[in-house]
Design a protein around this ligand. Structure first.
Ligand code: ZN
Length: 94
C-alpha cells in the first residue's frame, strides 16, 4: 500500500510528520485542516538495489533515501538529471 508523509507545523513552527497509508497512489487530503504550510509527500522507505552491469562483472548499487536517488554507475554521473536507467527503473516500480 502506498505510504505518504504528512508534515505540518505546530504553533511554534516546529515540523511534525506522520506516515499515512492509503490505497490511492495519488492520495491528496485537504491540507488546509492541518494548518499553514502543511504538505504531503510520497514516503519511500530507504532501500538499496543491486544491478549487474550489462558490460562487465561489476555490480552497481542504487540507493533510495527518502525522495532522493543515487547510483554508482557511470550513467548516473553522465546524466545531467542524475537519472540513470537504474534510477528510472526503480522510480517506475515505486
Ligand atoms: Zn545506475
Amino acid at each position: 500500500m502506498p505510504k505518504f508523509r504528512l508534515v505540518n507545523f505546530n504553533k511554534y513552527g516546529n515540523p511534525r510528520s506522520r506516515i499515512i497509508e492509503n490505497d490511492d497512489p495519488n492520495y491528496s487530503p485537504d491540507l488546509s485542516q492541518f494548518g499553514r504550510g502543511a504538505f504531503i509527500e510520497k514516503y519511500i522507505e530507504n532501500k538499496e538495489f543491486k544491478f549487474k552491469s550489462s558490460t562487465s562483472d561489476y555490480e552497481y548499487t542504487t540507493k533510495v533515501l527518502g525522495n532522493k536517488f543515487s547510483c554508482n554507475c557511470p550513467g548516473y554521473w553522465r546524466s545531467y538529471s542524475r537519472e540513470c536507467k537504474h534510477v528510472k527503473e526503480i522510480k517506475n516500480k515505486l
